[in-house]
Design a protein around this ligand. Structure first.
Ligand SMILES: NC(=O)c1ccc[n+]([C@@H]2O[C@H](COP(=O)([O-])OP(=O)(O)OC[C@H]3O[C@@H](n4cnc5c(N)ncnc54)[C@H](OP(=O)(O)O)[C@@H]3O)[C@@H](O)[C@H]2O)c1
Length: 273
């Protein structure tokens, strides 16, 4: 199964909101014809409705055996939304779910035990094609299915393969929920700048550019982040003074981040029960 297969047999999306649209945008940009795409969504966006003119199938009957079904509805809508897909289960259609907290076992129960299913955890920078998605498949998937899912998800950013499903809770805590931590970091950095006497809009501009520039540097530099930090920290200097606060073993950023990521992972575990 490959991208040509997806073109020929079709791709079905259950739910096309923020995450679904980000992915669809990536796929269309990479040459997936709108006419190969079926969308089920009771309240499609104007953008999705506009694609109907290009051949996209919106809330119509589904193909008999599409190559891929992407499940991108909110977990709380799942019980209501999923039954329409059961006729596609137990066959050759590969299901990919991005819904938080819905386990592979849940889908096997709903769609049939022989259904190939991949669980994926993306994040919102997918909207600007800078996402990262972690994947894990059930026993009916192998390297071919994972490779196809990876090539689809790489349309919106990077991918990583997990060793087991339990790791998805940790991924949720790190990269799934992570963008919100970084947004808070920007808010906090800007607020601290205001406290030191800067105008609010300038402090925000400084904070945004600093986080985004440092993030890009961390991703592209040969040195690891720890070395990049050392490189900008002269002894007794200004950065050293701040890092002394941030690297306090009890009250610093590391123990705080550990607690935050653990809270997100715990919540993810709870939701999948
Ligand atoms: N956003 C993230 O950062 C993120 C990260 C990782 C995973 N996820 C997962 O991605 C999934 C989608 O999240 P999202 O942010 O894209 O949510 P969203 O914007 O609310 O998109 C969900 C879409 O599904 C539609 N829908 C509701 N009931 C449906 C039904 N019965 N059949 C078909 N479609 C239906 C919704 O329509 P209405 O608006 O009319 O309800 C909406 O357009 C969630 O399961 C979430 O856990 C999201």
């Amino acid at each position: 199964m490959d991208m040509n297969d997806v073109k020929n047999r079709g791709l079905v999306m259950l739910g096309c909101g923020k995450m679904g649209s980000a992915m669809l945008q990536g796929w269309l940009g990479q040459g997936l014809p709108a006419a190969s795409t079926w969308i089920l969504d009771p309240h499609p966006s104007d953008w999705v409705q506009g694609l109907v003119a290009e051949g996209l199938h919106l809330n119509t009957d589904l193909p008999e055996e599409p190559a891929i079904v992407l499940i991108a509805v909110k977990p709380q809508m799942m019980e209501e939304a999923l039954p329409v897909l059961t006729p596609l289960g137990n066959g050759k259609t590969l299901f990919i779910s991005v819904a938080a907290g819905k386990s592979l076992a849940f889908y096997e129960q709903a769609l049939g035990g022989n259904t190939p299913i991949i669980r994926a955890m993306p994040n919102t920078p997918a909207a600007i094609l800078r996402g990262i998605t972690a994947l894990v498949g059930n026993g009916n998937t192998g390297d071919t299915e994972l490779a196809l899912a990876e090539s689809l998800l790489q349309a919106v950013g990077q991918t990583v393969r997990l060793e087991n499903e339990a790791q998805i809770d940790a991924v949720t805590g790190v990269s799934g929920s992570g963008p919100a931590y970084v947004f808070l970091m920007i808010e906090a950095l800007a607020a601290a700048g205001v406290e030191q006497g800067l105008p609010a809009d300038m402090a925000m501009q400084l904070a945004k550019a600093t986080v985004s520039g440092a993030g890009q540097l961390a991703e592209t530099a040969d040195e690891d982040p720890a070395q990049l930090r050392v490189n900008v920290t002269s002894p007794q200097g200004t950065t050293a003074a701040a890092l002394e606060v941030l690297m306090d073993p009890e009250t610093g950023l590391t123990p705080l981040m550990k607690r935050a990521v653990a809270a997100s992972s715990d919540r993810s575990k709870e939701l999948s029960k």
